[in-house]
Design a protein. Sequence first.
Length: 256
Amino acid sequence: MKPRGVVVGIHGFADHGAWYRHVGVHLASNGYSFWIYDLRGYGMTARRSGDEGYVEDFEEFVEDTDSFIDFVVDEEGVDDVYVLGHGVGGLIAVYYAGYLGIKRVRGLITSGAALLFKPSWRLAAAKVLARIAPRSRVSLPVNPRDLSNDPEIVRRYLEDNLVVKRPTAKLLVEIVNAANSVWSFVDRISAPSLVMHGSEDRVVPPEASMALYRRLAARDKTLRLYRGMKHELLVGIDRARVLNDVVKWLNKHSTT
């Protein structure tokens, strides 16, 4: 049976595709196909390459996503897809939608998209290290307890050997630079968009999604701020509410 639509997921800064298995199950039960891959430097991709937490240039993430979407549309026999990105995956999704994938993106969905970073001594130090020793490891710039209200998610995060806990300085700098440059592409995005953020997100400030919502060229756009929720909207004890909202939005925009 042909799915109502095809959703391509892009995972966040430290996690990997397996964290979103339940997203695929939920979408499939509602008639949607879901595809996700491990970004270079992450998950099983990092195990094969030995380059955990490293990228030479942020645009490699965007180009890899473009190649993956090429593969998905061929496999599914469709012309376009919905792109769902969380955290840094949201940054990649926005970058892709405005830069390479204007004709391929049927709809854009972001969850806590990492589009804004507040200056800090840690980021300043990473910029210096990235110039002289780009593969130097730095402390994770995220307190795991700021990810979710669900202690089980925090525990899984700390115990998962595939979660990147010591990223390279180069990766951090490439992400921050991309968050600064992506705004030049936002006004090209006219696809229907669902922008989601937790009101208590301490990893990425909610202002990032508010600014994205304002700047999107799309006439059909929705902003959802989830009161009391932290960064991880798609996993944890409150995920059903968020995933149900995603499905309702997809149903509204699906023509199949």
